[in-house]
Design a protein around this ligand. Structure first.
Ligand code: BES
Ligand code: MN
Ligand code: ZN
Length: 494
């Protein structure tokens, strides 16, 4: 069986997105019609507000009511009382799922947003991400992919909407790619395999790419990545991607992604529970970074971006790293391994060191780093920490734009003593509490003075349920956010 490990790429390459006048709603077979709370109900809806209310439809975001008419259906779609881009994205996802068998979707949802470009973008993202399904391994996939989206808008908004829709398509492709990569099982997607995909995507999206194999990593002294890889029969890879804008770059940003293709815990073996079963997704950070990189040229981002994906599985075996072993990382700092399940920070230390050597002006890292962050913030919100108010604010602003929610945790230096080692410069695990913070403090050691923001996505990497744009399974969290950070970054960002 040959499997396409990034099926969204072909699927979304063929999606067409266009803009048409509002009147077209009458001719559409499947029409999504926005109805807000307390707002007028458009004529095309065959029910009055009172009747909608009787059917339990208030106009809240996420509500849909499918109504038949002569030659098709009208899907009354709630947009709440303030149709922000985030509300429209969620509404569009509900609409798209409400008509799961239809492949041509026509909607006036974007017409109710205040900024037609942002509204159109959000609607396209919502439709495509809401309808996402991972069925690379299904013999008979039952999902019907969206083939065509027609946004109905007023004439004056047409150009802005068209441009916004195009951005939405690029970003939905990136987020879907990120989901594909995270969903791919570890027996099909290992570190060399991800490197092959990165090389192929780099060629298609105008990126430079360098892949460091095991021999190169030995020569480079990347002891963190090699230490985590020690128990594996599969080689590690450090994948370095570079995006250089057409004009003079406005800055140079570094992305670092945790690429643990499968996290068994190593010698500190995880129990065989549901959490362990999700650990093929422990490369979600690297997947989000790779996906984000594929969108930069299409969106003409003016900043140069270098990306470092530290990839390996984390396996137990006779050759695995043992507790008490000391690793020498790329920067020369030595690490005592006291738990092989705290492996993400080990591979990221080397990636951060390489980013600094390349002279990036700031670093954003993204990692499924700690169960502690999942416990603290749940599955809807990523933890964000860092050493620089400007970078933190930039990440928070992007998170608000893309509706990939983040929450700041305190990077309290006083917890640093939990990482003191008797034999090495630092150990890889702190005490019982504040695990998300001590993990970030570990990374901070390699970041040093470089402006930095760290995203811990252990919670939002995955969803148990279909919930607005987050479909059940891998969410692709962070891909759109990173693109927005790159777009907002420039040397003068302070
Ligand atoms: N990849 C995990 C963190 C994780 C947990 C991500 C749940 C997504 C969902 C990480 O490598 C890990 O194993 N962390 C351990 C560290 C342990 C040694 C304290 C954790 O947080 O439980
Ligand atoms: Mn682990
Ligand atoms: Zn891990």
């Amino acid at each position: 069986m040959t499997v396409d490990l990034i099926p969204s790429r072909a699927l979304l390459a063929d999606v067409t997105v266009s803009v048409a006048p509002l009147e077209e709603v009458r001719n559409a077979r499947t029409a999504g019609v926005a109805v807000g709370i307390g707002k007028d109900v458009p004529d095309v809806v065959p029910l009055t507000r009172a009747r909608l209310t009787e059917w339990g439809f208030t106009g809240a975001v996420g509500q849909t009511l499918v109504l038949p008419r002569e030659d098709g259906i009208v899907v009354v779609t709630g947009v709440g009382d303030d149709p922000t881009p985030a509300a429209l994205r969620d509404a569009a996802a509900a609409f798209a799922r409400g008509v799961g068998r239809d492949d041509v979707l026509v909607t006036d949802l974007a017409s109710v947003g205040a900024d037609p470009g942002a509204a159109a973008q959000a609607v396209v993202e919502g439709i495509l991400l809401g309808r996402y399904r991972y069925d690379a391994f299904k013999t008979n996939p039952d999902a019907v992919p969206v083939r065509e989206i027609v946004l109905l808008v007023a004439d004056a908004s047409a150009d802005a909407a068209r441009q916004g829709a195009e951005r939405g398509l690029v970003l939905a492709r990136a987020a879907s790619l990120s989901r594909d990569l995270a969903s791919a099982p570890a027996d099909y997607l290992d570190a060399p395999g991800l490197a092959d995909i990165a090389v192929r995507l780099a060629g298609e999206h105008g990126l430079e790419v360098t892949v460091h194999d095991k021999a190169a990593l030995v020569a480079m002294g990347c002891g963190g990545l090699l230490g985590v890889n020690a128990g594996s029969v599969v080689e590690p890879r450090m994948i370095v991607l570079r995006y250089v804008p057409a004009g003079e770059p406005t800055g140079h940003l570094g992305f670092v992604g945790k690429g643990i293709m499968y996290d068994s815990g190593g010698i500190s073996l995880k129990p065989s529970n549901a959490m362990h079963a999700a650990m093929k997704m422990d490369m979600s950070g690297a997947g989000a970074v790779l996906a984000a990189m594929t969108a930069l040229a299409a969106l003409e981002v003016p900043t140069a971006v270098s990306a470092y994906l530290a990839c390996t599985d984390n396996m137990p075996s006779g050759s695995a790293t043992k507790l008490g072993d000391v690793l020498v990382s790329r920067s020369g700092r030595t690490i005592e391994v006291v738990n092989t399940d705290a492996e993400g920070r080990l591979v990221m230390a080397d990636a951060i060191a390489l980013a600094k050597e390349d002279g990036v002006e700031a670093i954003v890292d993204i990692a499924t780093l700690t169960g502690a962050c999942l416990a603290a913030l749940g599955t809807l919100t990523a933890g964000v920490m860092g050493n620089d108010e400007g970078m933190l604010a930039l990440v928070e602003a992007s998170a608000a734009t893309t509706d990939e929610q983040v929450w700041r945790l305190p990077l309290d230096r006083r917890y640093r003593k939990q990482l003191e080692s008797e034999v090495a410069d630092i150990k890889n695990l702190g005490g019982e509490f504040a695990g998300a913070i001590t993990a970030a403090l570990f990374l901070a050691e390699w970041v040093e003075g470089t402006p930095w923001a760290h995203l811990d996505i252990a919670g939002p990497m995955r969803s148990d349920v279909d919930d607005a744009w987050r479909t059940k399974g891998a969410t692709g969290f962070g891909a759109r956010l990173l693109v927005d950070v790159a777009a907002g970054f420039s040397s003068g960002w302070r």
